[in-house]
Design a protein around this ligand. Structure first.
Ligand code: DO4
Ligand code: MG
Length: 282
């Protein structure tokens, strides 16, 4: 089961058929659904009574709303060996950044606040690069939707837009490198499921510049060092999320150091079983 938000509707996709769920379009009613620890079975009940649509309503929906209500968005970092190595490189001027190596090995993960809903864009929306940054990259990340009760109830694709020069200059600048207007994309929809995704699940990043490939890379969840459930357990320690929350699980794909995003670039992130999130730098 997948859920999408067009500009005027909440759509459920189940067994290649589409259903309208008009009562769940606005943020507050989506929050009410996110409150279900067993969202998947609750949605099956709703879909069995919902109006089936004659055609795929997503074909002509160029821009989808991000699948977020009033949830906070958090992120985990240095959860792949590739990310640990890239951060140590970028932190050369900050003394080599052995704290990245230490957090990669530590029991406690790196968790940071990423975005409020107003900073998040959806499928085909425009993400931003900071004007005061000179080295900007997308970070393609499996993203968990977590209920207020701390249960993983769905998955989406997240783009943790990052300013590597700002982060590399000093780790205390991390919030500025990570949190700014349109610094996060989520979508295209939510795969509603509480089952863990298979380790073979592929994550792919393609960046197109003027229609030509500027970077392409891939990884799988087998390279994710942390169990998603343990990231959630740490996030929910001493922390309440009355509307649930999203948690990006870190990037395992980092473009080479000479690469920086340009205005107009197209960013395509695909995750098996979830779909493809497309964004433009603007
Ligand atoms: O430690 C800084 C951020 C790491 C991050 O965002 C990632 O590994 O995805
Ligand atoms: Mg990241």
């Amino acid at each position: 089961m997948k859920i999408y938000f067009t500009s005027s509707a909440c759509i459920a996709e189940h067994d290649d058929k589409f259903y309208s769920l008009p009562d769940f379009w606005d943020a507050d009613s989506w929050d009410a659904l996110v409150a279900y620890d067993d969202l998947e079975s609750h949605l099956h009940g709703l879909v069995s009574k919902a109006q089936k649509l004659a055609s795929d309503p997503l074909t002509n929906s160029h821009t989808l709303r991000p699948p977020i209500g009033n949830q906070e968005v958090w992120a985990a970092g240095v959860t792949y060996f590739r990310s640990r190595t890239a951060r140590m490189e970028e932190a050369k001027s900050a003394g080599g950044g052995d704290f990245y190596d230490r957090v990669y090995a530590a029991e406690r993960p790196e968790l940071f606040f990423k975005a409020t809903p107003n900073r998040v864009v959806g499928h085909n929306g425009k993400v931003a690069i900071r004007k005061d940054a000179s080295w900007s990259v997308p970070e393609p990340e499996l993203t968990l939707l977590i209920s207020p009760g701390g249960k993983i109830i769905g998955y989406t694709i997240g783009n943790d837009m990052s300013s590597r020069d700002i982060e590399g200059e000093n780790p205390l600048y991390l919030p500025q490198a990570k949190v700014y207007n349109r610094s996060c994309a989520l979508g295209p929809g939510i795969l509603v499921s509480s089952s863990p995704l298979p380790p073979a699940t592929a994550i792919k990043l393609d960046i197109l510049r003027a229609g030509q490939s500027a970077f392409s890379g891939s990884t799988t969840l087998a390279s994710l060092k942390r169990d998603p459930a343990s990231l959630v357990e740490y996030l929910y320690r001493e922390n309440n999320f009355p509307n649930g929350c999203f948690l990006l699980t870190g990037t395992g794909i980092v473009p080479p150091d000479e690469f920086t995003l340009n205005p107009g670039d197209e960013i395509r992130i695909s995750i098996d079983g979830i779909g493809t999130l497309v964004n433009f730098v603007g």
